[in-house]
Design a protein around this ligand. Structure first.
Ligand code: SF4
Ligand code: SF4
Length: 172
């Protein structure tokens, strides 16, 4: 169901706050050289990331039932995300998005989609080993890829072994 004008305005405000916080955090991360991955490629619009949007929440939110309920309510009421499952091991909440048209594979409120949708898959690149969907047009490449490649070339491995190592290290 499409967002109303009032909901769209609220979502814009929240999105601005979330994206500003992310931009500051990333700028600090760059200063500290924390991200080891470069993001290559572009979105192909396959819609795979809209099938089951998931959010990893902090321990505070996870452990307090009231705050968790409020968070889930917010996702339902504001973002149109309906809770499907919760994984205690990773503190991840999985949703079904009511804005996703699974047949046409498009978002019915693309202009007002939440910050996490606009940002996807950048957050994954802050992880030690980003796992992207096979269909995704983005891919992760180590920032020190050239040094790794030179190191592999200097080994006495066979061409097949070098190619396999490069594939495993995402140097292709
Ligand atoms: S709000 Fe739109 S972009 Fe975000 S998950 Fe739903 S369908 Fe995808
Ligand atoms: S999975 Fe990747 S390519 Fe597909 S819609 Fe999402 S960001 Fe775009």
């Amino acid at each position: 169901m499409k967002d109303s004008a009032r909901l769209a305005l609220l979502k814009r405000l929240v999105r601005w706050l979330v994206l500003s916080e992310l931009a500051v955090r990333r700028a600090l991360g760059r200063i500290r050289e924390r991200s080891h991955w470069a993001r290559l490629g572009a979105c192909r619009g396959c819609g795979r990331c809209c099938e089951r949007p998931s959010i990893r929440v902090g321990a505070f939110l996870w452990l307090l039932p009231r705050s968790r309920r409020l968070f889930v309510w917010w996702q339902r009421r504001i973002n149109g995300f309906e809770l499907v499952s919760a994984d205690a091991k990773t503190r991840t909440l999985e949703f079904r998005c009511t804005h996703f048209d699974s047949e046409r594979r498009v978002c019915d409120s693309y202009a007002t989609r939440p910050a996490m949708c606009r940002d996807y898959p950048r957050l994954l690149f802050d992880q030690a080993w980003p796992e992207l969907f096979a269909e995704c047009g983005f891919r992760a490449r180590p920032r020190n890829a050239e040094a790794l490649e030179a190191g592999i070339e200097a080994t006495g491995l066979s061409d097949e072994q070098k190619a396999e190592l490069k594939r495993k290290l995402r140097l292709e």
